[in-house]
Design a protein around this ligand. Sequence first.
Ligand code: GRF
Length: 205
Amino acid sequence: MTKAEGRVSFKRVAILISGGGSNMRALVESMAGDHPARPVLVASNDPAAAGLGWAAGQGIRTAAIDHRPFGKDRAAFEAALLAPLLDANPDIICLAGFMRILTPAFIRRFEGRMLNIHPSLLPKYPGLHTHQRALDAQDTQAGCTVHEVTADLDAGPILGQARVPVLPHDTESTLAARVLVQEHRLYAATLRRFATGDRARVDLT
Ligand code: GRF
């Protein structure tokens, strides 16, 4: 009997995406064997998100709540998102390329068990266009951060970081591609540690 077969229960992980979901795919593929967690839902604010089809093909429950009909009413969008989310009864929520800002009320429901991956070495460059900002600042290093989600955007407790060099002829897209490879490694390693209840930082170089 493998350790996994002997496991009585797994941590239930819901993953929120907005697009291709390459980080979601890395997380799903990591949750196998003796990993203490399993994916129970992949949800998106965009019904056309390519990651939804991939997740469904893996036999994972999916949900698509188009945010556009809700306009500026974030609370109404989140109420619609909450239905499939609570139905999946997740222990952990992973934001993976999820591009909607969540309200403090929504975050409070899951604070301490909601993670996000951000493509910079926080606290540097919260928000958008992180790679261009690193290039403009002529940084010699860049990278990504997994952090707990709190009401302060991209500012929750850091759970892991991975660093990459910025090379002389880097463009935004070459740097983004180099960081993305590390995002997949870092998020999978950090989720695994987090799912065991270990909050010690993961640092990858
Ligand atoms: C990644 O750079 C991620 O850090 C950012 O969105 C990009 C695409 O993520 N949040 P994914 O391929 O959809 O996971």
